[in-house]
Design a protein around this ligand. Structure first.
Ligand SMILES: [Zn+2]
Ligand SMILES: [Zn+2]
Length: 426
C-alpha cells in the first residue's frame, strides 16, 4: 500500500507583523525555502526582521523598492551571493533608496555600499505574469498598483498556492493601473492592512479639491509646498498637475528628481507614459541653492521630499513658506503619529529656525494614498478564489486584529493576525 504524505507549505513571519516596517516572510516547501521581502523598520534607529540562517534560504523575492521591504536584503550579501528576484525597476529604485539609506543611517547598518552592489549583482529580473522556478517552488509576480515596479507574489509548491499582496492599491491612480487580481484558487492569502481603518475618499474628488485649493492659494500670490515621498508620490502629484493642466509654476526638488529619471527610462511600468513625460517636463527641476531660494518666493507649487517633513529639502522650504499666511503646505501622504508632518496637521506647529513655532501658512491634507482602503481590502479577500487561510500583516496592531476579525465574521475565512516568529503549516 502506498501512503501519500500531503506536501505541506510552511509560512514563518519574520517581521512586519502588527506593525508597518521590516516586512519579511519565509515560505518553505519540501526542498526549498524563499524569503518574501526583508525590510527595515524606520525608527530613530533602524529595526530589522528576525534572523534566518542564510544557508537555509535559496532566494529572496523583492516586491518593491520601499525600505520597509528592501532595506535589509543586503545583509545576505555581506558574505554571500543570494539570488534576489524582482522587477528591473524595483532594483533601480532600490539602488536609489538604499544608497540614500546607507548615507543617512550607515552607522546603524550591518552592511555597506559594497554589499548593496553585491546584492544588485545578484538581481534576477522578473517580468509580470511570467512564472519562474526556484527549486520546487514556482513564483509569479503580478502588478500591485502601489509604486512603479511593485508586485504581489504568487508562490506555488507542489500542492499549495500562496498570494502575498505586499503593499497594494486596487484603485487606478494617475501614475499606475490598480492592482491585478490573482487567477486560480489560493490556499494562503497574506495581506497588508495599512489603511484597514479608513475609507478612502473618491480619487477624482480628492484630485479636484487639491487642484481647486492650489489655484486659490497661487492666484492670491502664495506658494504651496507639497512634501512628498521621492519615489511614487512625488510623480503621482506631478501627474495630477499635468492631467488637470495646471497653469502656474511647478517645481520639483530632492531625490524625486532621480526617481523621475529612472521612471522615464521604464515606460512600460507606467499607466500613461505620455502624461508622465508631460508631467516631469513641465516642472522645473531644482539645480542648486539659487533655484531653491527663488522657487520659495515665487507663486506656484513645490513638490519636494520628505513626505512626513522628517528631513530633505522640504525643511528648507518650510522655513520660508510657513511664515506667511498667503502660502500653504499640502500634505499628501500618511503621517506617522508623532512625525513632524502629523504635528503640523494637528497643531499647526513646526520647528522653524530651531524653535517650535506657530505656522501662519494654510495647512491641509489630501489623501493620495497608494494603499488599499478598508473596502478594497475586504473586496480582495472576497474575490480570492478557494478557501484561503488569511494572514493580516503590515498595519498597526489594532488594524491587523480588526481586519482579521471582520474577514472572519463577514467572509467566513479563517483569519489570523500573526506575531513575529509564528510558523503556520498549510
Ligand atoms: Zn510600500
Ligand atoms: Zn510597506
Amino acid at each position: 500500500m502506498v501512503i501519500l504524505i500531503p506536501k505541506k507549505m510552511k509560512v514563518k513571519f519574520l517581521g512586519g507583523t502588527k506593525e508597518v516596517g521590516r516586512s519579511a516572510i519565509a515560505v518553505r516547501s519540501t526542498n526549498s525555502q524563499i524569503l518574501l521581502d526583508y525590510g527595515v523598520l524606520m525608527d530613530r534607529t533602524p529595526g530589522f526582521p528576525m534572523h534566518i540562517p542564510p544557508n537555509d534560504v535559496d532566494a529572496i523575492v523583492l516586491t518593491h523598492a520601499h525600505l520597509d521591504h528592501s532595506g535589509a536584503i543586503p545583509i545576505f550579501h555581506v558574505n554571500g551571493r543570494k539570488p534576489v528576484y524582482g522587477t528591473s525597476l524595483s532594483f533601480e529604485l532600490s539602488r536609489l533608496l538604499i544608497t540614500d539609506f546607507i548615507y543617512l543611517s550607515g552607522y546603524y547598518l550591518p552592511y555597506e555600499y559594497i554589499d548593496l552592489q553585491n546584492m544588485l549583482d545578484c538581481a534576477i529580473f522578473v517580468d509580470y505574469h511570467t512564472p519562474l522556478d526556484i527549486g520546487d517552488l514556482k513564483i509569479q509576480l503580478i502588478e500591485s498598483g502601489h509604486i512603479p515596479g511593485g508586485a504581489q507574489v504568487i508562490v506555488e509548491s507542489e500542492e499549495k498556492r500562496l498570494l502575498y499582496t505586499s503593499d497594494f492599491n486596487t484603485i487606478d491612480s494617475q501614475l499606475l493601473k490598480g492592482a491585478s487580481q490573482a487567477d486560480g484558487e489560493i490556499d494562503v492569502l497574506i495581506m497588508e492592512s495599512t489603511y484597514a481603518n479608513a475609507e478612502h475618499e473618491n480619487r477624482e474628488e480628492t484630485e479636484k479639491r487639491f487642484i481647486e485649493k492650489l489655484y486659490e492659494v497661487v492666484e492670491n500670490g502664495g506658494t504651496v509646498l507639497v512634501p512628498a515621498f521621492s519615489v511614487g508620490r512625488s510623480q503621482e502629484i506631478l501627474c495630477v498637475l499635468a492631467a488637470y493642466d495646471f497653469k502656474y509654476s511647478i517645481t520639483v526638488d530632492g531625490m524625486a528628481k532621480n526617481a523621475n529619471k529612472i521612471l522615464a527610462a521604464h515606460p512600460t511600468f507606467l499607466r500613461d507614459y505620455q502624461l508622465f513625460m508631460n508631467a516631469i517636463n513641465s516642472a522645473k527641476w531644482i539645480k542648486g541653492w539659487r533655484d531653491r531660494r527663488l522657487a520659495a518666493k515665487k507663486p506656484g507649487v513645490i513638490v519636494s521630499p520628505a513626505g512626513m517633513l522628517k528631513g530633505g529639502n522640504a525643511i528648507f522650504y518650510m522655513n520660508s513658506i510657513a511664515k506667511k499666511k498667503e502660502n500653504a503646505i499640502f500634505l499628501v501622504s500618511y503621517q506617522v503619529p508623532d512625525s513632524p508632518g502629523a504635528k503640523l496637521l494637528e497643531r499647526k506647529q513646526f520647528v522653524l529656525g530651531g524653535k517650535m513655532k506657530k505656522v501662519k501658512a494654510d495647512v491641509d491634507h489630501f489623501n493620495f494614498t497608494s494603499h488599499s482602503g478598508k473596502t478594497q481590502l475586504l473586496d480582495t479577500a472576497k474575490k480570492t478564489k478557494g478557501n484561503a487561510k488569511v494572514f493580516i500583516i503590515h498595519g498597526a496592531e489594532e488594524n491587523c486584529q480588526t481586519l482579521a476579525q471582520i474577514i472572519e465574521d463577514e467572509i467566513g475565512l479563517e483569519t489570523h493576525a500573526p506575531k513575529s516568529g509564528e510558523i503556520y503549516t498549510i
